[in-house]
Each structure stands twice: as C-alpha cells, then as structure tokens.
Design a protein around this ligand. Structure first.
Ligand code: IMP
Length: 462
C-alpha cells in the first residue's frame, strides 16, 4: 500500500485521458498537453474560450494559444473544439492565421456546430459590467460584505456569452454562422435588445450594434471556418467506439469552476474535469486518467480570495523567475505559497489520478518554502477548503515550513538527481493531496521534464 488511492495506477476506468488545472489557471497545462498530444488520436477542448492562454515552447519557439487546442502542434492529431467552448470567430481566425504563417498545419481543427459564439456585444457587455462593479463603493471593513467587487475578467466576453447560452433565445451557435437567413433574423432581435440595454446603462455614450453589418461579418467568418464545423459529439463518440484515444484539455482551472470554484470569483464554465461530459457529449466514465496540473506555488489573475498570497520580495522574485504575467491579458499575476488545502479539494473534485507538478525550478534559491495545510477562520481551524469567495476571503493560512533548495535544477532529468529538499517538497505535496506526482517540470521546454515511476512515494495525508 502506498497511501494513494488505486484510481491512480491503472487508468483502468476508461481509455481516454484529461489534463486539467487544479489551481487558478496558468499551471502550465499547455506544455503537458503538447508533450502528450502525439500519443493520442485527438485532443479536445471542452470549456472556456479565448480567456484561456496556453503557452507552449517547441524547439525554442513560444506559441501562445487561446482557443485552438494545444494538440494542433502535434502532426496528425485532430484538434477538437467541443460544444462546451464559447468561440470568438474573429480571434479564432486570427490565431489560425498566425499559426499557419509559422508553418503549422491547421487543417486538423474541428469545431462543434453547437459551440456558442462570442459576439462583439458580449465583449462590450463584459467590459461594461466590470466597470459597473468596480464603481460599487466598497463597504467599510467592519460592515458585512454584500457587494461583489469586480471579478477582474479577461474581458473576452466569456460570461455574457455563457449567460446568453443559458438564456437560450439570445444565443448564436457556430452552426448558425452557416445559415444566413436564420442568423440575420436572430441578430435583428438580439441587437435590438442589447442596444436597448446598453442605452439604459450608459445613456448618451452607449455602444450600438448594427444587425446587418454584424450578420455580414459573421457569415464571412463562418465561411472561412466552414470546412472545420462538424458535429463533434458524433465525431468524438465515433473515435471512442473505433478504439481511438482522446486527450481532453481543460481550460482555466478547477478553482475557477463556476460550480466548484471560489464563486463568484470564477469563470462561467465547468473548468474542472467535470465539464468534460456536458462540454463534449462523451460520457465521463470513458475518461479514466486525469492528470491534475499543479504549479509548485500559487498564482491567480483577477479578483477573489487567495489565502496564501504574498506581497513581499519573495512574490516579486517568483513573479520574475516564473514570468508570471498573463498570456491572454499581460496582467502581472498574483503570487503565493502552495495551498495544499485548496489542492486536495480540487484534486478531489476533478478526480485527479495523478499530478503533473510544474515550474519547480522557479523556487530554486529560496531559503524556505511554505505550504498551507489548514485555514484559520472566524469559526475555528479547518483543513477543508471553503469554496465560497466570501468565506475564503476571511480565512488565513496555517503554514508548514520546509528548507528550500539552492541549486538550479533546470538541467535535472531524474528525480533522484534533484536536491534532497526539492524531493522532500514534492513528496510532501503528494502525501498531503493523496495523489502521486508523475511528472515534474523544471523549465519551459518540452524536454525539461522529470518523469517518475508509479507510486514512488508513500506518506500519510495531513
Ligand atoms: P473570465 O473567464 O474572463 O470571465 O474571467 C473570470 C476570472 O477567471 C478572472 O479572474 C480571470 O482572470 C480568470 N481566468 C479566466 N481564464 C483564466 C485562465 O485561463 N487563467 C487564469 N485565470 C483565468
């Protein structure tokens, strides 16, 4: 017995795999997907939109992907955008053109005809809502916190597009971009409604949208994407039945999941692995191996609580060494120590069968490493996560401390060659979370990865 659940070893439940972030995004999922992609027949995205930013370094060249699945860089692998994704066709085409210009073959892209479309008014609405929230005067510290502060969204129109999906009558799906008359009649109605809302929120200075011009532009973009638009639910299920393998690529991350993250400071989709079923139409039990990606420390972009956040020199040092600036927005990321309470929760929710630890090299040179193992809250100590933005905002971390490692580790390729304190740090993480660490990233390049054998470490939970 090694102390880990036996979900880990065999990948025995279903033939497919998933890579999902277990923190607040930017864990380095892109690099992991890219390393794995060539071993699969398809790589599929199931949630989010152009808010995601996956950077992948191949042969010293950095690619920043937002909507296109990272698998596009693996020759011969289908890159699938599932129905759960919200697609901004302008950005998608920009991204495809940029990839083509660098010699990447993008003909393997398939887009669900049932994915929802992000339109320009969604982006305007996203920005406007954020401005209105920012304008809410903040309550004095002693007052009960009732108002929601700005979420700090990426302003890519994600929330408003998902809101229209759930609203139904005001939604446009990718398949609609190929139906001129239907699209025009929908946009006539939608633009009238959106324009009235914008006028009421911003009298005198409201952005207005022209249904005719918008229809024309969307039809042009639809035409460019026509060859890629298919029913991806049948596509993925046919691949499954034909014995082909699929890698699901989570965007954003588990702590940003609209149901299970730090609500309301989350994104608007099921960004945990739980989004795979609804976001692709493939039954979830077909996915047996779930790789939870974990940064060796914590980062967060945008608003919301982060109990282990640092504001000192250590934060500055980690931010600079880890290049912790948003791939999508360029914003400096908030930085903190690893939060094992949060991690154990998100590994549970996402059903992680193994962990991919990333960016361990960034911590080299720090004298001390801290790991949060419990929270102090107004109602006492707890080692359970508080998946509520307001409750978590009142929690303060309880830390365990470990010695840091001085040496650079970017050239290390085997676990045994890591400095002892780095090994201890990794072992502590897997023991607390109860899931084995199978790979360790020690640098941005594909090759800068340490592979470990199954169940190498034992340990007690907390
Ligand atoms: P939205 O997804 O643009 O609505 O943003 C909601 C929240 O999720 C904000 O705090 C964003 O910064 C955060 N967010 C969304 N996508 C990502 C991501 O891929 N990485 C990190 N943070 C993200």
């Amino acid at each position: 017995m090694n102390g880990f659940s036996d979900r880990g070893g065999s990948h025995g439940f279903g033939p497919h795999s998933a890579v999902v972030g277990l923190q607040w995004g930017d864990e380095g999922k892109g690099k992991l997907v890219d390393r794995l992609a060539s071993g699969f027949d398809a790589v599929a995205r199931y949630n989010g939109g152009a808010n995601a930013g996956h950077s992948v370094v191949v042969g010293g060249q950095r690619y920043a992907l937002h909507l296109v699945p990272s698998g596009i860089l693996a020759p011969g692998v289908l890159a699938v955008i599932g129905n759960g994704v919200v697609v901004d066709p302008e950005r998608l085409i920009e991204e495809l053109d940029a990839l083509s210009a660098r010699g990447v073959d993008v003909s393997s892209l398939r887009i669900s005809n049932r994915a929802h479309v992000v339109l320009p008014y969604h982006k305007a609405e996203d920005g406007l809502r954020e401005e209105l929230l920012t304008a809410v005067p903040s309550a004095p510290d002693s007052a009960p916190k009732t108002a929601v502060a700005a979420i700090g969204t990426t302003r890519r129109g994600i929330g408003p597009a998902y809101a229209d999906k759930v609203q139904r009558a005001t939604a446009i799906r990718v398949g609609d971009l190929l139906r001129p008359e239907l699209l025009r009649s929908k946009l006539d109605l939608i633009c009238a409604m959106k324009n009235a809302i914008f006028r009421s929120l911003h009298p005198g200075d409201a952005e207005q949208f022209d249904a005719g011009a918008l229809t024309e532009r969307m039809l042009e973009l639809g035409e460019r994407l026509r060859a890629s638009i298919v029913d991806t639910t049948y596509l993925l299920n046919d691949l499954d039945r034909g014995g082909k393998s699929i890698l699901f690529e989570g965007a954003n991350a588990t702590m940003l999941d609209v149901d299970h993250g730090t609500f309301p400071y989350v994104t608007s989709s099921n960004a945990s692995s739980l989004g795979i079923g609804p976001g692709t139409g493939l039954p979830p039990q077909r996915v047996g191996r779930i790789i939870g990606v974990v940064k060796a420390y914590s980062t967060r972009v945008g608003g919301g609580p982060m109990p282990t956040e640092l504001f000192d020199d250590t934060a500055h040092r980690i931010r600079e060494r880890g290049r912790e600036y948003g791939t999508t927005t360029g914003r400096p990321r908030r930085v903190g120590w690893i939060d094992l309470v949060a991690l154990r929760y998100s590994a549970m929710v996402s059903g992680a069968t193994e962990l991919g630890l990333t960016l361990l090299d960034v911590l080299a040179g720090l004298d001390e490493l801290k790991l949060c193992t419990a929270y102090r809250t107004p109602s006492g100590m707890t080692d359970r996560f508080l998946p509520d933005g307001f409750e978590l905002g009142e929690a303060t971390p309880v830390y365990e401390s470990m010695p840091g490692f001085g040496d650079e580790i970017t050239g290390v390729r085997s676990f045994d060659d890591l400095p002892e304190s780095a090994r201890r740090y990794v072992e502590r993480i897997e023991a607390f979370v109860g899931v084995p660490v199978r790979t360790i990233g020690v640098g941005p390049d594909r090759e800068q990865t340490i592979e470990r054998e199954a169940g190498v470490s034992a340990g007690s939970g907390s």
